[in-house]
Structures are given as C-alpha cells and as structure tokens.
Design a binder for this molecule. Structure first.
Ligand code: ARG
Length: 408
C-alpha cells in the first residue's frame, strides 16, 4: 500500500488527469471526493469517472443542506458582498469542501490532500489556508499548478492514459457554480471592454413573461419561507433562484481584486443570493437600532474580505459571527419582493426585468408610524426639536463666530 492522497474532484478534465498524475508521477494512492454544493451534475458518472481514471476510492457527498445552513446562513447574516458586490459564490464553497476532504484524509490515514486549482486564482489560497487551519499536519499537493501542462497537453495526457475527455461542447469559459450562484471567467470576457455575450448566462436566462411578487419570510436573519411556505434554506435558495433568474436579474460584471494581486474581469449570475441579501438588508434597516445598524455595516466589508481571502476557519470569522448572530436576533419578518417583467431592446433582444423590495413588515419593526407621520395621529414632540437642533449646531456656531465670514 502506497501513501494516500485525498483529491477534491470535480469530474472535469484537470482533476481527472490529476488522479492519474498523482498516481504515476508521485506514486500515491488516490481517493477522490466530489462535493454536491448545488451545482448540479451527474454524480453517478462523476463517481465512475474517478475510478476509471485510477482512484482507489471515489466518494460523492451531498453537502447542499450543510452548505446552506453552516456557510450561506452566516454569509446572509453578514450581508457578505466582496468589494460591495460579489456574494462570494466560490469563496464560500471552498471551506466546506476542505472540511470534508480533511475528515476523509484522517479516516483513510492519508498524508496529503490535493486540489485542481491553478496558480493564479483565489481558490488555491482558500483550499490551502483552510487545510492549514484545520489539519496543519497534512501536506497539500496542487498538481495543476505544478505540472506545467497547457490545456492541449493535458488533453493529450488524458488520451494517452485512456481517460475520457468530455470536451465535446468545449465551453470557452471557466465556470464555477453552486447554490449561491455562478461565476464565469475566461474566453472573450478577458477583455474588460467586451460585453458578456448572451451565451454566458445560464441561471439568468430571460424567460419570465409577467410581473409577480414574492414574499420572503425571515427568522433571526435567515430566510425560512417563500410565499408562506416553510422551506429549508437550501430548497428556498434553489427555488428563489429559478424564479428571480427567469427575470434576468442578478447579473454582475465587475473587475475584481484577487488575493494574489491580479485584477480580473468577472461575470456572475447570483439571482438568489443577491435577492436574499437585498431583502435581508431591508429588514435590518427596519428592525435594527441605528448605532447597531451602522456598526454592523462597518464590519460587513471586513467579513466579506476575510471569506474572500480564504480565512473562513479563523478566530476573526468566529468572533464576527457572534456579533452577526446577536445583531440578527430580531431580524424576523417578511419582505415583499416585486419582479417586473423583462423588456426588449429596439433590436428585439430581451432585457432583464427589475427586482426590488416593495414592502416589509415585522413584529420587531422599529418603524413607528405615529412618530413618522406628517398626518393626524402624530405623537412626535415638535417642541423638543428646537433645543436639540440648537445644541447640535452650537459647536459649529461658536467656531463660525471666531472664523470670520466663511461665505467669501
Ligand atoms: N473570482 C471568484 C472568486 O475568486 C470566482 C472564482 C471562480 N473560480 C473558477 N474556477 N472559475 O471567488
């Protein structure tokens, strides 16, 4: 029996070639683990493919519920958006994959784990830093980073080794997807001036033909129902994504700062995640006391950044999660989301519809109509304002009186 390695396996060309490479070049016994985090896939044939490539064991794990409950839920509470926009689709899925990879490595007495990331992206950072945090004793091997093969080389390697190559409808893009959305890179998108071609869209293909409303119910910051029907977070995310996606809503086109110093042009479709975060932010705006809301908004970018940077398994994330949990205790209520039907350009191509928050209500709402109203029933003490405003401006008034005429 040789030394063992546990490879995070996607079923694609690179990780299939990696099985063989680890075996041949490094003399290791390879155990593959493929994780279903909602990306969809034919798991039986993925399992088979790893064995055919030479794995001694091929494991497939359905992690959708765990992914939703343990990774997406905290991200929702933190309104986690990297650089204010990207809901961390890939960044959130790597730690859960690593967690299971490490568990399997321990169970099988493996000395190392391996992943199929290149040397230019963020995902290698997330895999390796997460492994270091959870299992410092394990080595990490990155075949794709080490082997120096072009895509043509690896196709040739696969053919020579009798590995099936599924490059039938070779997508020009590099795709990573899961319950939280879909990331699209490469091909023509590498020119940031070029508009994303229609064929990049999958989750947000425009098919909706009429307006509709949705009611999203939240409990302690987490969406728990859709139009009154109680759902698990995994199911709710999937259902909401297919509805909102049909309006062509949830697309992002951005230039983003990778952790490794490269600016990259990224296209995303995130109908469910962006709609959930939008609704959640709205309910927080209604229910959170002002200072708590403002402090939370200061911490949110930090949270998103640490997740992006591969620091999920860190004391800072744990501490911030406790803050986010506390802040979300009363973020319970309903948000009404309006979806307006897609339009058309003058050339007849469909344009995305609008999706927005149209209303909110909550037993913990701090909105008080009798304080806010300009109509009858007003209970606000107008006379209190006079002294308050005078003191608020007193310091400035004093300063101005010593500074001469500031209007010139
Ligand atoms: N830029 C995104 C991130 O770093 C997406 C990465 C997508 N990965 C991929 N293999 N296509 O989180």
């Amino acid at each position: 029996m040789g030394d063992r390695v546990v490879l995070a396996y996607s079923g694609g060309l690179d990780t299939s070639v990696a099985v063989k490479w680890l075996q041949k070049e490094l003399g290791l016994d390879v155990i593959t683990v493929a994780a279903d985090v909602g990306q969809g896939g034919d798991w039986d044939s993925i399992k088979e493919r790893a064995l055919k490539a030479g794995a001694i064991e091929s494991i497939v794990l359905d992690l959708k519920s765990e992914y939703a409950d343990e990774y997406l839920a905290p991200a929702i509470k933190a309104n986690a958006l990297y650089e204010g926009r990207y809901p961390l689709v890939s960044a959130l899925s790597r730690p859960i994959i690593v967690k299971h990879q490490v568990d399997i490595a321990r169970k099988f007495g493996a000395k190392a784990v391996a992943h199929g990331c290149t040397g230019k992206g963020n995902d290698q950072v997330r895999f390796e830093v997460s492994t270091a945090a959870l299992a410092p004793e394990l080595d990490v091997i990155a075949p794709v980073r080490s082997w120096g093969m072009t895509r043509e080389d690896s196709i040739a390697y696969a053919k020579a080794e009798g590995i099936e190559v599924f490059a039938t409808k070779a997508s020009p893009y590099s795709i990573d997807d899961n319950l939280w959305g879909r990331a699209i890179e490469c091909g023509v998108l590498e020119d940031p001036w070029v508009s994303p071609p229609e064929d990049v869209w999958d989750l947000t293909r425009i098919t909706a033909e009429s307006d509709r409303e949705l009611i999203l119910g939240f409990e302690a910051g987490i969406p728990v129902s859709l139009d009154g029907q109680a759902l698990s977070l995994a199911d709710l995310t999937a259902q909401l994504g297919s509805i909102i996606g049909s309006y062509g809503w949830g697309r992002l086109d951005m230039v983003e700062n990778r952790r490794v110093g490269i600016k990259s042009r990224e296209v995303y479709e995130c109908p469910a995640s962006l709609a959930i975060i939008m609704a959640h932010q709205d309910l927080e705006a209604t229910n959170l006391e002002r200072d708590l809301a403002h402090e939370k908004q200061r911490l949110e970018p930090r949270y998103a950044e640490l997740v992006y940077d591969g620091l999920w398994f860190s004391p800072l994330r744990e501490a911030l999660d406790q803050f986010m949990d506390k802040a979300n205790e009363r973020v319970t209520g309903e948000v009404r989301i309006a979806c307006e039907k897609p339009g058309e350009t003058s050339k007849g191509t469909a344009t995305p519809g609008r999706v927005y928050v149209a209303g909110r209500r909550s037993p913990f709402s701090l909105y008080s109509e009798e304080l806010a109203t300009y109509g009858s029933g007003d209970t606000f003490r107008h006379e209190d304002s006079e002294g308050f405003v005078r003191l608020w401006g007193l310091g400035l008034k004093t300063w101005a009186s010593r500074s001469g005429d500031l209007s010139r």
